[in-house]
Design a protein around this ligand. Structure first.
Ligand SMILES: Cc1cc2nc3c(=O)[nH]c(=O)nc-3n(C[C@H](O)[C@H](O)[C@H](O)COP(=O)(O)O)c2cc1C
Length: 369
């Protein structure tokens, strides 16, 4: 599974793996793909430094990348406390009532909620970049919009390639104008924030829109034939996020959540604003149902919703309250039916890719070649 882009990066397979877990990122790079560590959960630069040091020691000398969340719109001088003050009391009551209905206990005194919005703020993303550029990252990806011009320059000065996620051809063209090197065309099926266009339709549109920039196809890919399909649509590689969540190297801290993921079918996700205020695909739960119920108060815009629900999400995870327990995940969750190692996922991808190529060759009358 080699393309011009994989050869440029010096990786064996054109498989890029987004993951919040350093152990998974290292395993992806060791297996011949490019592991990309998500930085949004790091609010303290020292934690990110510690984990990137660990990656340097465990990626076996193979390249890896970092994914930051730099919102396109810059918000100056606003603190988390300012944002807190903008949350209506009725929404806070709704959170507490929903948790109370399910008997969710509170956190212990002084116990911090594990999820903050600060990773979504540009100033935090910038401190993450200072740490990242002290490490031999090979790729810098940005989740929400094009990265600022000075960040692209800084990356290029260090020989780091810059990627950005796009849910439409219009977004992809904006990224090209911002001088980035790789567009990740992320379809509707994907876990996390998504647009409304399916990968099958989006990939060739983005390939045509940004030609000759390389495009990675993302969303709904979890098998070799799907990799072959993406490459035949003109992508120079694939970008996978969900499939790693149930690998043995992933650390979800919740056996109940792993069980739910393994049991879920492709119809068990929903694109909901419940988590961050922007549409993000995730497991459908009684928590997402409550927020999507027209009888409820509805969600708040980003970043208010994320701040409003941060503590609640931590409580649901800590006490593993199954009806409410969820995570961002894509429709490919239906294929995630057993825990396996990252290497086993790669073995399955390469085997399935070869079978798909053989099948197409036979259909094209080239059998035996
Ligand atoms: C648990 C989870 C968290 C994610 N968080 C981010 C993120 O912080 N930044 C980002 O660029 N993409 C994020 N994504 C999206 C992935 O980068 C990727 O585009 C997507 O998972 C691909 O589709 P798939 O889920 O069908 O593999 C996340 C995806 C998942 C499943």
């Amino acid at each position: 599974m080699q393309t011009e882009l994989s050869r440029k990066l010096g990786i064996e397979h054109a498989v890029f793996g987004f993951t919040p877990f350093p152990a998974v990122a290292a395993a992806i790079s060791r297996a011949g793909g490019l592991g990309v560590l998500g930085a949004v959960r790091y609010t303290a630069p020292d934690e990110l430094r510690r984990d990137l040091d660990w990656l340097d020691a465990h990626a076996g000398g193979h390249p890896y990348g970092l994914d930051v969340v730099m919102p396109a719109k810059k918000v100056e001088g606003v603190t988390e406390a300012d944002v807190e003050a903008m949350i209506p009391p009725a929404h806070r009551r709704f959170v507490e009532d929903t948790l109370a209905r399910h008997g969710v206990p509170g956190l212990a005194e002084g116990e911090a909620s594990g999820w903050r919005i600060t990773g979504w703020m540009e100033q935090v993303a910038r401190t993450q970049l200072d740490v990242a550029f002290d490490h031999p990252i090979r790729l810098l990806a940005n989740a929400l919009g094009s990265p600022p011009a000075d960040v692209v320059r800084r990356a290029h000065d260090r020989g780091v390639l810059v990627a950005a996620l796009a849910g439409s051809a219009r977004h992809a063209r904006k990224h090209r104008e911002a001088g980035i090197d790789i567009v990740v065309a992320q379809g509707y099926e994907a876990g996390g924030h998504t647009g409304e266009i399916a990968t099958m339709v989006l990939t060739p549109e983005v390939v045509a829109a940004v030609d000759p920039l390389p495009v990675l196809a993302a969303g709904g890919i979890g098998s070799g034939p799907q990799v072959a399909a993406a490459l035949s649509l003109g992508a120079q590689g694939v970008w996978l996020g969900s499939i790693w969540l149930t690998t043995t190297e992933a650390d979800l801290h919740s056996p109940a959540l792993t069980r739910k993921l393994l049991a879920a079918g492709s119809g068990d996700t929903v694109r909901s604003r419940a988590l961050t205020g922007k549409p993000a695909r995730q497991l459908r739960t009684e928590w997402t149902d409550a927020w999507d119920d027209p009888a409820g108060p509805g969600t708040l815009p980003m970043p208010l919703q994320g701040l409003l629900v941060a503590e609640a999400v931590s409580r649901i995870q800590k006490y593993e309250v199954e009806p409410l327990l969820g995570t961002p995940v894509g429709q490919i969750v239906g294929r995630m039916t057993g825990e396996r190692s990252v290497q086993a996922v790669f073995d399955d991808l390469t085997r399935g890719f070869e079978e798909a190529v053989d099948r197409i060759n036979r259909i094209a009358g080239r059998s035996g070649q």
